[in-house]
Design a protein around this ligand. Structure first.
Ligand code: DGT
Ligand code: CA
Ligand code: CA
Ligand code: ZN
Length: 578
């Protein structure tokens, strides 16, 4: 029986919740599963420990009954409510609910009337004309469903790095425990810190591959073994993610890591270079072509040195100039997590956050920060209770109180303003002047033409009291496409007005992307990193932003929040007018 971790239990609870909703269960019942799943994902302790110690009810949203179910699940691999609902409805219906244009009610009709249980099945049924005449499915609805299926596939194929990295790290530690293993690491797009990944690639160095293959088949969350050979095993997890594990001899480990880290484009260019030097490079090593003698392979440094260059950081390996920089030994000194002195974007219970300013500060202290900015939503974002002047006064007072008492990172009085249709923001100048830092974002106008949306952003940047433009394009990975903007014009205006651009570190935003970051650097635009955290644990998302920054060739000197507090204040745009 595979063992469980928090995300795998949470996935199962979510499935039960979704199936209950499709079956027509009452809202309170199915939501309770989703709430428990959400809380379990965010909970710092391992579900196996909590179950063993009888402390599952410590997790918010998990009551006695659900705790008992989870204990049964981790002991036996299933629990009665899960068995009951999956005998009534197939688990694959869950993916159908995610297709734009379908909801639980329609999914139920498709299943009961036509036996459709998956997105593939829906597609075939549409092609075969089987939906025609079905109540609630007019011609227009059916047409829209085809579009919805395309969107579903486009958005769902790749996983967010934040949903994958902790699991990959767990696999790596499991591999290191296996007898005979000398080293292990993840490679591929994950090691390059791509914002989304197609699968997990693991490379293991060992003289005893059989034990590694066995350990791979036994990984937590293994749902299916796709293929298992002497040196490569591929599995699919309960979450639908593929994991490829390859074993090589320790003397080949560097060459294998280099090869499987990629990118493919980077590797192609390296192979051309090798050829011109009379060498051949593959996943086993670097070889002299004329006598087939192996000249490198145990470490990546050795491989790159044999090809006449220093080792480029994985995040740069996209064949966009890093090879030449490595040959000339002028690689950038990329930003590191430890360079970040504070987080400049977070929400609290005053608007739509779940933690207080004090809880955020405690988490920031844990992370070793010198300061944080509380940046709740401004008044015009009414649906989340954006702060009016009274609410602002109250928040400022409590921040003053916190800064005066108790030691911890300094709290900056910040705000996340809304850029309206004319490029104006929520408050008058005298109010804006009272913040320590003001971010401004687009929260409306999705689908506006490029020139209209661009004009709004440019206008907001002309405001001397708007210090930072936050999550520039508004994209939500796998859900919402970026707003169409003239990025060149935005960069030029940001440089001209000394407005900083935020790299939003929330895992489904990571906005700016790597290309935008390089453009910003080139234009001399300063960057801020902020997590956009809505609960204190999310301050940990900074690591994903730093990964993205590194992909954008960003160095500490390009980032405002690598500065000490006073240096940061002096560099904010408002310092010029106040
Ligand atoms: P992904 O999985 O789509 O997020 O992206 P990658 O880069 O992890 O791609 P993947 O998993 O197909 O392969 C891992 C690495 O192995 C890739 O970055 C480079 C190397 N590789 C795999 N297949 C090929 C190939 O056909 N040609 C070359 N040059 N390299 C390859
Ligand atoms: Ca991969
Ligand atoms: Ca792969
Ligand atoms: Zn925000």
């Amino acid at each position: 029986m595979p063992d469980f971790d928090n995300p795998s239990v949470a996935d199962i609870l979510d499935t039960v919740g979704d199936l209950l909703e499709i079956s027509g269960a009452d809202k309170f019942r199915f939501l309770s599963y989703h709430k428990a799943a959400h809380a379990l994902r965010a909970f710092p302790e391992d579900v196996m420990t909590l179950a063993a110690d009888g402390r599952l009810t410590d997790v918010p949203g998990i009551g006695k009954k659900l705790a008992a179910s989870i204990v049964t699940l981790v002991q036996s691999g299933t629990f009665p409510e899960f068995e009951a609902i999956t005998s009534e409805l197939p688990g694959t219906l869950v993916e159908l609910v995610e297709v734009p244009g379908l909801g639980p009610k329609k999914v139920k009709v498709l299943f009961e009337r036509l036996g459709i249980v998956s997105v593939d099945g829906l597609e075939s049924a549409i092609e075969a004309g089987k939906l025609a005449g079905l109540a609630g499915f007019g011609t227009k609805t059916i047409e829209n469903l085809s579009v919805g299926i395309d969107a579903f596939r486009r958005h769902r194929q790749r996983a967010l790095i934040a949903d994958v990295l902790p699991f990959a790290e767990r696999i790596v530690s499991a591999m290191r425990e296996v007898d005979g293993v000398a080293d292990a690491s993840y490679a591929g797009s994950l090691r390059r810190r791509c914002e989304t990944v197609g699968d997990i690639d693991i490379v293991v160095a060992s003289e005893r591959p059989a034990a590694v293959m066995e350990a791979t088949r036994q990984l937590p969350r293994t749902e299916r073994v796709l293929a298992s050979g002497e040196t490569k095993t591929s599995i699919v997890t309960t979450g639908g993610l593929q994991v490829d594990v390859r074993v090589v001899a320790p003397s080949q480990y560097g060459a294998a890591m280099q090869y499987f880290t990629g990118s493919a484009e980077h590797n192609v260019r390296l192979r051309e270079l090798a050829k011109s030097r009379g060498l051949r490079v593959n996943e086993y090593g670097v070889f002299r072509v004329h006598d087939d003698v192996r000249v490198a392979g145990a470490s990546e440094d050795e491989v790159y040195a044999a090809l006449g260059m220093v080792t480029p950081p994985p995040e740069l390996r996209e064949n966009t100039g890093e090879i030449q920089a490595a040959q000339e030994d002028r690689l950038p000194r990329l930003l590191k997590l430890g360079d970040i002195r504070g987080d400049l974007h977070m929400h609290t219970t005053a608007t739509d956050g779940k933690s207080t300013a004090e809880q955020n500060r405690a988490k920031a202290a844990e992370l070793g920060y010198e300061y944080i900015a509380i940046t709740d939503h401004a008044v015009n974002l009414r649906m989340v209770g954006g702060l009016d002047l009274d609410a602002l006064e109250r928040q400022w007072e409590s921040i003053d109180e916190l800064n005066a008492h108790g030691n911890g990172p300094h709290i900056l009085k910040g705000i996340e303003l809304n850029i309206d249709d004319d490029g104006e923001v929520d408050y008058s100048e005298d109010v804006l002047a009272r913040f320590d830092i003001a971010l401004a974002s687009l929260h409306s106008g999705w689908g506006q033409p490029r020139d209209v949306a661009t004009r709004r952003v440019l206008r907001a940047m002309e405001n001397p009291l708007v210090d930072v433009i936050s999550h520039l394009t508004g994209r939500v990975l796998r859900r919402r496409d970026p707003i169409d903007l003239d990025i060149e014009a935005v960069m030029a205006k940001a440089a001209e007005t000394a407005t900083a651009l935020e790299l939003n570190c929330y895992p489904d935003r990571l906005d700016l992307d790597d290309t935008h970051l390089r453009m910003a650097k080139h234009a001399g635009v300063v960057i801020t990193l902020g997590t956009d955290s809505h609960e204190a644990t999310q301050l940990g998302y900074m690591t994903y932003g730093v990964g993205q920054a590194r992909r954008g060739w960003i160095e500490p000197g390009d980032v405002l929040n690598t500065l000490p507090l006073e240096g940061l204040r002096a560099r904010l745009k408002r310092a010029r007018v106040l």
